[in-house]
Ligand binder design. Sequence first.
Ligand SMILES: *Cc1c(COP(=O)(O)O)cnc(C)c1O
Length: 463
Amino acid sequence: MRYVSTRGQAPVLEFDAAMLTGLARDGGLYVPETVPELAPAEIAALSGLGYEETALRVMRPFTGAAFTETELTRAIETAYRGFGHAARAPLVQLAANHFLLELFHGPTLAFKDFAMQLIGQLFQIALAREGRRITIVGATSGDTGSAAIEAFRGLDNVDVFILFPEGRVSDVQRRQMTTPSEANVHAIALQGDFDDCQARLKDMFNDFAFRDAVGLAGVNSINWARVLAQVVYYFTSAVSLGAPDRAMSFTVPTGNFGDIFAGYIAKRMGLPVADLVVATNQNDILHRCLTTGRYETRGVTPSISPSMDIQVSSNFERALFDAYGRDSATVADAMEELKATGRFAVGDNALSGLRANFRSGRVSEDETLAAIARYRTATGELLCPHSAVGVAVADRLRDPATPMITLATAHPAKFPDAVERAAGIRPALPPRMANLFSLPERMTVLPNDLATLERFVQERRRQ
Ligand SMILES: *Cc1c(COP(=O)(O)O)cnc(C)c1O
């Protein structure tokens, strides 16, 4: 299986090379040359299988010759062993034909663990085989960073540096990044916001001398291997509710468009999906774009669902690439225009293509708080603010005759202040992480300056 860049100017790579590279050298994102399909009988045969077995069957066609079946099987089994729920991604019923897919039973209590734990294992196999070392630098609004640190802590061939916006992540998120004591882990509190973190990360990738000198690798949600790992739970949840004999809809709390893009890939693979609904908070660039056809940045307004506080949604480029009939030149032009002017217009045909695959909705902060309170009372389920955005949008848009699966992207205890404000209950951390607030913290505060950051990485990484 070969992977091509959405901007058409980077080398075509196999799965492992695309995974180790992250961002393509032309600034684009890697996508599979073709999407493999599963026949209805193959999807039906997933019924009753464990999460790991389904993961193997869904991902195997994408990894090609990069990993043997034994390697992939072992990586999957190790990745999900530390999860706090035997089903890995259990479904809970919220109302008639409305289900919640709990994706927060991993080690850092957010859905990012599904992908990050797996790519930690796959990186280790690929690097050991090639005798290579790499430096992972990631930017996070909170959840990606902790998931990456948890996945790569203590690995021999990897040093990991995570940039997070100083003072703008929750205490639980920060402590998950600053308490691991392994020498290969470096938490950097950047004096700026999340967009500054993402921009400096992009700058490092575009500084080819630095990139090659430190063996820079990215694990942000642009990494194709992360998208792929997330395709699996669309299959497990839909099959457990009767797919492929009936279609499901999904609502996905969305920021960088990685999670919902995985749902789109599941659909392209043959899973019957009725609607894919993009749910946004007040930072609604995606909802505005799907509504008006204009993709226009407006700055970020901090919200109670901080992991969705984005200005630019990086994985959207993959959806655009397909909507433009895989015309990489047009995508590259649109991205240049975005960089230069902060906006671009989606062409009419491409917009129809996007609308044929994605619906969207946006909710306010008050509506989010109200959804947390309402579902606590109606079902006993305590929603994190991101999941509440999803549930509120799903309730507005869902067709009662089609099962709706809303993705619960984080555990409520990751965002205790907002949950307490909404429902009057302070959610407790699961017992397996009860010592988080007694461990010592370790982090470095750095200015929003590329040269300073690069020097820090050069000095701290192991040679
Ligand atoms: C990352 C994250 C999101 C957004 O996911 P994308 O793949 O970036 O769209 C939503 N909720 C939570 C809790 C997250 O950590």
